[in-house]
Write a protein that binds this ligand. Structure first.
Ligand code: ATP
Length: 227
């Protein structure tokens, strides 16, 4: 299967961070901004950059925008430009359009234009929600909500697991969560059932939120009833 191709329109802080990460992941990405200086800043790392105004339908046609798989509209504060760009992308038949949202009103209009709700990007909101969860469960090093009920977390190993392995701990049976990997010395390791956990290990865990809560309580020395 061919690698998916991406377009990022708008190189504000969000757009730039996105582009830098896509480059690191070796993705094929076309970058568009109407400000030539912004384009110049990323041009060294990229071959595919175009300086154009994304509200100009002819310019977008010329770069063959409809041939790309996923287009991210990150044009920033200018909601009008974002809406018009989205409308044009939809009209030109771009399959998947993602839009960085500024306000509820912006979101409503963009949804009316046929953008899926899951493709609306609320950077501030997502960061806030994420931070709240990290603060509440301050033992988590990282947290990713997979859906309403399931999450992926990273948590530091404690004495409860150090020098023990998955077989002895029977985490899956006792807590119904999965330790899918661990990070040791900045490397990811997939533990076998007999790999002993070490101090400083970070455990990468997937599970139902209730079970994760129970597991992390236990890991931090609090009393819980095992399944
Ligand atoms: P961030 O938090 O990501 O910085 P922001 O809302 O502050 O978001 P801006 O700094 O406004 O973002 O950056 C938006 C970028 O989008 C700018 O580089 C701007 O030149 C570009 N942009 C805005 N409108 C258009 C357009 N119609 N066509 C192409 N690029 C555009």
């Amino acid at each position: 299967m061919a690698k998916p191709s991406f377009v990022v329109i708008g190189l504000g802080r969000f757009g730039r961070a996105l582009v830098e990460e896509l480059i690191k992941l070796e993705a094929e990405v076309l970058v568009i901004d109407k400000d030539y200086e912004k384009i110049e800043k990323v041009a060294k790392a990229l071959t595919n950059t175009v300086c154009l105004d994304s509200t100009d339908i002819e310019a977008l046609k010329e770069v063959g925008i409809a041939n790309y798989d996923k287009v991210v509209v990150a044009t920033g504060m200018d909601v009008e430009d974002s809406i018009l760009t989205t409308l044009i992308l939809k009209d030109l038949g771009v399959k998947e359009v993602f839009v960085k949202i500024q306000s509820e009103y912006h979101a409503k209009v963009v949804e009316k234009l046929g953008v899926d709700q899951e493709h609306l990007i609320w950077p501030e909101r997502s960061t806030g929600i994420r931070l709240a969860k990290v603060l509440v469960s301050n033992s988590f090093l990282d947290y990713l909500e997979l859906d309403d009920d399931y999450s992926f977390i990273t948590i530091k190993a404690t004495e409860k697991v150090i020098d023990k392995n998955l077989l002895e701990l029977d985490i899956r049976k006792n807590f119904n969560v999965n330790i899918v990997a661990l990070r040791r010395d900045y490397k990811i390791i997939i533990p076998s059932s007999k790999t002993p956990f070490e101090e400083e290990d970070e455990l990468l865990i997937v599970g139902h939120n209730d079970n994760i809560k129970k597991f992390t309580k236990w890991l931090n020395g609090r009393k819980v009833k095992l399944s």
